[in-house]
Design a protein around this ligand. Structure first.
Ligand code: PLP
Length: 396
């Protein structure tokens, strides 16, 4: 049956709500005028809530990677010792940006699919805490793992008190509780095409006072991403360079929807969609990659069984307008990923699981009709209304 809108189940860019789509089509304004100043201030004010910060949130016209680059070049100098704590493709990229600009990058490795372990970090820093910065990933999109940032940051603060804690929050912020100030984080970055329900093109970044002090001392080269310029012009309600206005309109519209839903409502919706996705995929016989205790509520990665032809499976789903993401890096061809962030609701997930169930059956896999959808629905019930579900998962 034809579906007029694809069920875009990739971890960004995400589906745009009608209000956001319309906002992107609005007429241009003078980006050096008062309407723009009001737009910038509104985005900053609403973003702070999701960053959990009283620091200003600056807007950069760039993909998330640009925001990460800005975080590095504005706080570090060549030869600075940096501890990278990658748990997947995006953590590797963060480390690579730092080494590209001449940082001396040491790595604390974690098996992909697991979260960074605060005890391992503690042991690492107990042996050597001479770092200018520690690079962490909030939500690793390539593996579907959310790191325990508060616990990791607490270890850094204790053992390497002068190290800056720099966090890639591209795919987790806005979808899960986050407390930049309370957790003692120094730089946090996110991207418009993730939980913010907008098109790609803007990166948002916030710095602690400590980080701003580091900006003055940093000697890595920068021009477009010089945050001193961004801060100076933001004080006058502007950005240094011509911004991606249409994307800013969308971020503004997305934040208005998120404010109306309330942050707790947004987080709960993501948690429910995450739980439903995990339960549905497992019931379909797809083992999950992520350690259950740290499973992401924005993206789920599942192993492709040896006897499943992923290309055929994926093409059949695409023909049914369900768009999944493949694996990245060393997980390419081994896993697939289902995005559940931004403007996602339970119906989108049940629809995707139902389509996967039918396609899996049509390929001869031993799938009971309706079983995976039922498992996903039970997970929804358990999350939304635990009283309705008996302990063993059978509706009471
Ligand atoms: N970091 C994480 C955790 C991501 O998920 C992504 C994008 O998927 C990025 C960084 C890079 O963002 P962009 O593709 O917008 O440059």
């Amino acid at each position: 049956m034809h579906r007029y809108e694809p069920n875009l189940r990739i971890p960004g860019p995400t589906h745009l709500p009608p209000e956001v789509r319309e906002a992107g089509g609005r007429q241009m304004i003078n980006h050096r005028g008062p309407e723009f100043a009001a737009l910038l201030a509104r985005i900053d004010r609403r973003m702070r809530v999701f960053f959990g910060t009283e620091n200003e949130v600056l807007l950069l016209t760039a993909a998330g990677t640009g925001g990460l680059e800005a975080a590095i070049v504005n706080t570090l100098s060549p030869a600075d010792r940096v501890l990278a704590v990658p748990i997947g493709v995006f953590g590797d990229r963060f480390a690579k940006i730092a080494s590209t600009y001449g940082a001396d990058v040491q790595r604390l490795e974690t098996e992909w699919g697991r979260a960074a372990d605060p005890d391992a970090l503690r042991a690492n820093l107990a042996a050597d805490a001479d770092y200018r910065a520690v690079l962490l990933t909030h939500n690793e999109t390539s593996t579907g793992v959310t790191n325990p940032i508060a616990a990791l940051a607490a270890v850094v603060r204790e053992l390497a008190p002068s190290a800056l804690i720099v966090v890639d929050g591209v795919s987790g912020l806005g979808a899960a509780p986050f407390e930049m100030d309370a957790w003692g984080l120094d730089v946090v970055v996110t991207g418009s095409q993730k939980a913010w329900m907008a098109a790609p093109g803007m990166s948002m970044i916030a710095l602690s006072e400590r980080a701003w002090t580091a900006v003055d001392a940093a000697r890595m080269p920068r021009f477009y991403f010089d945050l001193r310029e961004a801060r100076k012009t933001a004080a006058n309600g502007q950005t240094p360079w011509t911004p991606a206005l249409a994307v800013m309109y969308q971020v503004d519209a997305g934040l208005a929807l998120m404010e109306a839903e309330t942050p707790d409502g947004v987080f709960a919706r993501h948690a429910v969609c995450g739980a439903a996705t995990r339960a549905g995929l497992e019931a379909l016989g797809f083992p999950l990659l992520a350690d259950r205790a740290f499973a992401s509520n924005t993206v789920t990665a599942a192993w492709i069984p040896e006897d499943l032809d992923w290309k055929v499976f994926n093409a059949a789903l695409k023909a049914r307008s369900v768009i999944l993401a493949g694996g990245q890096g060393k997980l390419k061809g081994k896993i697939f990923r289902v995005g559940h962030l931004g403007a996602v609701n339970v119906d989108d997930i049940l629809g995707a699981i139902g389509a996967m169930e039918e396609v899996a059956r049509s390929l001869g896999r031993p799938v009971e009709p309706g079983a995976a959808v039922a498992a996903a629905q039970r997970a929804v019930l358990a999350a939304v209304e635990p009283r309705l579900v008996a302990p063993e998962g059978v509706p009471a």
